[in-house]
Design a protein around this ligand. Sequence first.
Ligand code: NAP
Length: 325
Amino acid sequence: MEINNTPDISGDGEQFDKNVKLIIIGSGPAGLSAALYAARADLKPVVLTGMELGGQVSLTFTVDNYPGFPEGVGGSELVEKFKQQAEHFGAIVNFDSAVEVDLSQYPFFIRTYQGEYLAQAIVVATGASARHLDIPGEKKFTGRGVSYCATCDGWFFKEKDVVVVGGGDSALEESLFLTRFAKSVTIIHRRDELRAGTFLRNRAAANPKIHFIMNSIVSDILGEDAVKSVKLKNVETGEIRDHPTDGVFVFIGHTPNTQLFEGQLDMDDRKYIKVDPLLHTNVPGVFVAGEAADPHFRQVITSAGMGAAAAMQAIHFLQDRVENS
Ligand code: NAP
């Protein structure tokens, strides 16, 4: 296939080859770690950042559990360090998104907002996005009281009352963060037992600003210009009541960002890409790292580890092709 003449998007004024050895789609811990390893193998990998450099972790206020940072590190600061380290060894990080891939041809074809590429190998590191409740009022009030990011929006709720929906680690961690700003944080969980681990459960229970409403679901988000209340249904008694609130933060898990690969890469019923233990997909030369293939761990360190491993597999794949050609 002929590659279109595309504008320079390297940012340094030089045209660079769109026939690349390795494209990494996504710039979270998985993508940037893959870039570091591939760059050190002199593959000159191109990273397509997607809409947000760093993905979800860049929206995290503090990362406390990434080794090497005993005092914790800001999510966006960590991402910037990942990027600098990968670039130091020759990775090309482009603020661009893949909009179409064709894995049926080789080299693989990737169309982005700014151009087209042919790649001999791909690491998919597109991550996951926050799940929505899909209830009335949610869409209408998104950005006007409904949020999926405490780090981004917590500040707007200074001395306000907010609710957090969800009972997992994210819900509790983000609730603790919201207590920096909000007057009160009420966690609404659909069961009588939290899913979150003991450490966060204990910290949340000890925080005087945090309250719990268990066995309840939010069925409606109400207000005029801004959120005024949520409609709660007790799943045990069936009781329905209004609960006044200024904000609704939703942390009920994630869905993988894998739509681009539907019909081309094998996926499970939740649309996570299927990989073998060596992170190979059903298409030789296409590897996956991070939350696009991982519904279980979802940690910066596990995604970074998968990124390194996927890059090592891509290096082997490309080496084998050279040796067998
Ligand atoms: P999660 O563990 O899947 O928890 C999602 C929570 O949302 C669950 O409590 C679930 O209820 C609830 N939920 C799901 N759908 C719902 C709906 N439609 N309506 C109401 N509630 C709903 O997701 P997560 O908290 O984002 O965590 C994901 C992974 O990341 C986990 O492995 C977690 O350990 C990890 N994580 C770790 C940390 C940390 O170590 N500091 C921080 C954040 C996340 P049920 O419990 O009833 O299913």
